[in-house]
Design a protein around this ligand. Structure first.
Ligand SMILES: [Zn+2]
Length: 657
């Protein structure tokens, strides 16, 4: 590991200690082998003015939950250092009480909640303090004889700190260990199963001590190359079944992603590596995202049976280690291993999948190295349980807020590049679903709005049955299943009386407006059967109930679709899949209409364009958003008892009522 410190960049920070603190923190955050996703913390001590302008000796420490890679000055919380040092004189302090007192010690009530390690940062006398969960150092402490290995590597340059729960307990322990310490004589603390602290009055030296200590540990470890193993992606059916079972145990829907790389292949092929990984994560901080262990699925084992076994073990563990007043976490895995399953991660949205995947990628080589050193020994069962159920760790997750209504659900929308399909896709994204949008138009690659769950744009011509099946498969490959389908793709052809319709035009209209729905539905059915509260909505037309002259091929296709939906509702009801349709009329904000067409039609009926637009009982122009809201409602849990229905979204048509 090399120092990334750039004197020119550091000089650009001027003499501002906080700017230098931000700079050094980001250098640590830039290296995944040091910290990931909110792990680690840093601080600087400085004299700052309080609200009266009086100078105060302050500790500016990273706010809890902030990521070192992207931290800004506002991510640091100024605290009165003297108050923190007084808190450290207490014999005991409950963690919740510590959090309250830290808030009282804050010089800025608008600043974020300070890191739970604030007391420890205050105790270390140097101006700059850096803390990481460096893989290489923690891997050494997780090997048999970890303490001796650290002593052998660093001599007396670092102080060994046996495993201690972070927060007040760890700060107190280090206070006891260093009471008579000459701080100049040591360069760092190595915390068993946890990480490294370094410090110095000079920010560069504090950072580079960290890099030197980690580099020495990396050099001391054997080379970590994954043993070769053949690529064997897990079957999609297995993934979908595991996703559904894991979601059931989690009590909320989850997305599932397969990780594929040399380490993942090696892990799938090695029962001993899988067994090692079951012993616990690299550093206890990871338990928050990875859970206490991955679920394992044996060769040929039923997914339901495997996850039931995991849930049973989780409940037994809670019964054994839990204390009164603790609420049991859902007995569901966050990641899954197996010879056929490979390495799978679970989470309610794209971001949590990314984080879990990043953390899993750190576990595999570390545990393999631990095994090579004589046996992977992360923190013991009780220590891991303490962290998992530590109120301050749980609070980090709570800060992420409530999940949106469709979090963890997978939706596929056809015709998603424009019009009604685009509006449906946007609403589904807003509700937190992971959405695959399919269209012939490449504009579909761009998401129609802010993405929380996930967006996959698929360019495909759905009149080709192979392309339709591939589009459905792409969604299942990306998120592990399919729950919601909006079968919307279609086109409104130029009007003509039936006697003038060429057979080719007839076939084209039916291919676009009926065959394509059949192809998508046929490909989606097996996945919907494995889905979570699955539902389908097809976009029909007012023409089904009130046909107009001059568009009979279109009317016939939509009438066919209507009948397809009703019949499919019968076929899929035993599997709990609801199938409905909406029947919109004259949705002018779609590609099917332009000003000239509206004007021509209006003239034909002797109306102004405005009158024509509002030519319904409610005198209301129907917009694609109105249709999308109806679609969303039919798909949602708010509509659990409706199947085989066709819902008009036409402003009221006397001929159809
Ligand atoms: Zn830590």
């Amino acid at each position: 590991m090399e120092s990334l410190w750039n004197p020119d960049e550091a000089a650009a920070c001027g003499a501002d200690p906080l700017a230098l603190r931000v700079y050094g923190s980001r250098l640590l955050g830039a290296v995944p082998e040091l910290v990931l996703h909110g792990g680690g913390n840093t601080s600087v001590k400085a004299v700052v003015p309080d609200r009266w302008g009086d100078p105060v000796e302050a500790l500016l420490v990273k706010g809890s939950g902030f990521d070192l890679a992207t931290i800004v000055a506002e991510g640091f919380t100024p605290l009165r250092r003297t108050e923190l040092l007084r808190m450290l004189e207490l014999e005991e302090l409950e963690d919740e009480e510590m959090v309250l007192r830290l808030r009282l010690a804050s010089l800025d009530p608008a600043a974020p909640a300070p890191s739970v390690e604030a007391l420890l940062h205050a105790w270390i006398p140097a101006r700059y303090v850096d803390h990481t969960h460096a893989d290489a150092v923690v891997t050494l402490t997780n090997a048999p004889g970890g303490r001796e290995r650290i002593r052998e590597l660093y001599g007396r340059r670092v102080l060994w700190v046996p495993w201690t729960l972070p927060g007040f307990a760890l700060a107190r322990r280090i206070r006891e260990l260093t009471r008579n310490l000459d701080w100049e004589s040591v360069e760092g603390l190595v915390l068993e199963h946890h990480g490294v602290f370094t410090w110095h009055d000079d920010p560069r030296e504090s950072y580079e001590r960290m890099i030197r200590l980690v580099d020495a540990a990396e050099q001391a470890l054997p080379a970590a190359a994954p043993p070769p193993a053949p690529a064997a992606p897990s079957p999609l059916e297995l993934r979908a079944a595991l996703r559904r079972e894991a979601s059931r145990h989690a009590g909320r829907p989850q997305l599932l992603r397969a990780l594929e790389g040399p380490w993942e292949r090696a892990c799938a092929a090695s029962a001993s590596l899988q067994a090692a990984l079951e012993r616990g994560p690299l550093t206890p901080d990871h338990v928050l995202r990875l859970g206490w262990k991955p679920a394992r699925v044996g060769a040929g084992q039923e997914p339901g049976e495997a996850l039931e076994g995991f849930a049973r073990e989780s409940r037994e563990r809670f019964a054994r280690l839990g204390r009164p007043g603790l609420r049991e976490l859902p007995p569901a895995p966050r990641w899954i291993l197996g010879p056929e399953a490979g390495v799978l991660v679970l989470g309610p949205d794209r971001r949590s999948l990314d984080i879990t995947a990043d953390l899993v990628r750190r576990q595999l080589p570390a545990a393999a190295l631990g095994e090579a050193l004589g046996g992977w020994r992360p923190v013991d069962e009780a220590g891991l349980f303490d962290i998992e159920y530590w109120s301050l760790e749980q609070a980090k997750l709570r800060r992420e807020g409530e999940a949106p209504p469709l979090a963890g659900r997978v939706a596929l929308v056809t015709g998603a590049a424009s019009g009604i399909g685009r509006a449906c896709a946007r609403l589904l994204l807003e509700q937190g679903a992971a959405v695959a949008g399919v269209d012939r138009d490449p504009r579909v690659e761009e998401a129609p709005g802010p993405v929380r769950g996930g967006w996959l744009g698929v360019v495909a011509d759905l009149t080709d049955p192979g392309a339709a099946a591939a589009a459905v498969r792409a969604a299942v490959e990306t998120w592990g299943g399919l729950d919601l389908l909006v079968s919307n793709a279609g086109a409104f052809p130029p009007g003509a009386p039936l006697e003038e319709v060429e057979p080719e035009a007839w076939r084209r209209t039916l291919a676009l407006n009926l065959d394509s729905h059949f192809f998508v539905l046929r490909a989606a059915i097996p996945w919907l059967r494995l889905g979570i509260r699955p539902a389908v909505v097809a976009v029909g037309s007012r023409n089904v109930l009130a046909p107009g002259p001059g568009v009979l091929p279109y009317s016939a296709a939509k009438a066919g679709l209507h009948q397809l939906v009703r019949g499919l509702a019968l076929e899929l009801a035993p599997d709990g899949v609801r199938v409905n349709s909406v029947h919109p009329d004259k949705v002018f904000d779609t590609g099917a209409w332009d000003e000239a067409t509206v004007a021509a039609r209006a003239r034909r009926y002797g109306l102004s364009p405005e009158e024509y637009r509002r030519g319904n009982l409610l005198r209301r122009e129907v917009r694609s958003e109105d249709v999308a809201r109806a679609v969303l409602w039919l798909l949602s849990d708010a509509c659990p008892a409706t199947t085989g229905a066709g819902l008009p979204v036409d402003g009221g048509d006397p001929r159809a009522i």
